[in-house]
Design a protein around this ligand. Structure first.
Ligand code: C2E
Ligand code: MG
Ligand code: MG
Length: 238
């Protein structure tokens, strides 16, 4: 697992880390998830991999919490297939139990395609997670089948604005208009916004002016192994 910090735009503090998987393949180095998550989903291997991801991310977050490191919540990406296979409820419960992590310290990232399955049992499960204190974030917001209906059917804590809207923010009026509208919708529903893929401090400034709550991107840090992230946090505090 690698972890990428998420920063609060007003206060500048680290409010969370997103867990991002890589495959260390002997002889081939580090393989990025774009190259294997889709295959894992098709083959059904995403179930054991996803279980391991939840266990590992919760174990690491609990260790950070015990060590007094202020890294906030750990955000874990969930695949729609984990929901379809009906394994995710048990996997989340067991990862929390084994690690002892406070459910308040866990955020689950869902995609629009997961929610569009419109399944009542999924909605009930999400409500149960919310009641436990687990945060729910919508990943890549605005890139899937953007139905706004689920924003009123479930308790969403955070919208993650996709990098494709952020990259051209400074020079493309359309992107700015879309991002502004997303932030306004979220704000009026008391949902936080976090923009992905910030590579330029001017973009962060612009997002702050638009009222975005948080950011994540290479400008702050690339996703790092846990030990390197701890070093990054120390350097930052110094
Ligand atoms: P995502 O969840 O939207 O993750 C954000 C992606 O943006 C990550 O790519 C991250 O490394 C990248 N990123 C962050 N900041 C910047 C930036 O400033 N510039 C650029 N160019 N990229 C940036 P990554 O790690 O390659 O992951 C790609 C996708 O693979 C993720 O998109 C997610 O959908 C999936 N994925 C990654 N890890 C997991 C996992 O543990 N479980 C599942 N189910 N999916 C995962
Ligand atoms: Mg994500
Ligand atoms: Mg995303």
């Amino acid at each position: 697992m690698h972890y990428q910090p998420q920063i609060d735009l007003r206060g500048g503090q680290v409010v969370g880390v997103e867990a991002l998987i890589r495959w260390r393949r002997p002889g081939q180095g580090l393989i990025q998830p774009g190259a294997f998550i889709g295959i894992a989903e098709e083959s059904g291997l995403i179930a054991p991999i996803g279980r391991w991801i939840l266990q590992e991310a919760c174990r690491q977050a609990a260790a950070w919490q015990r060590a007094g490191l202020s890294l906030g919540r750990v955000a874990v990406n969930l695949s729609a297939v984990q929901f379809r296979q009906g394994v995710v409820e048990q996997d989340v419960r067991s990862a929390l139990k084994t690690s002892g992590l406070d459910p308040n310290r866990l955020e689950l990232e869902l995609t629009e395609s997961t929610l569009l399955q419109h399944d009542e049992s999924v909605m009930a499960m999400l409500a149960q997670w919310s009641a436990l204190g687990i945060h729910l974030a919508i990943d890549d917001f605005g890139t899937g089948y953007s139905s706004l209906a689920y924003l009123k059917r479930m308790k969403v804590d955070k919208l993650k604005i996709d990098r494709s809207f952020i990259t051209g923010l400074l020079h493309e009026d359309e992107n700015r208009a879309i991002v502004r509208a997303m932030i306004q919708i979220a704000r009026s529903l008391q949902i936080d916004t976090l923009a992905e893929g910030i590579e330029d401090p001017l973009v962060a400034e612009q997002l702050k002016a638009l009222g975005c709550d948080g950011v994540q991107g290479h400008w702050y840090s690339e996703p790092l192994p846990a030990a390197e992230l701890e070093q990054w946090l120390k350097r930052r505090a110094a």
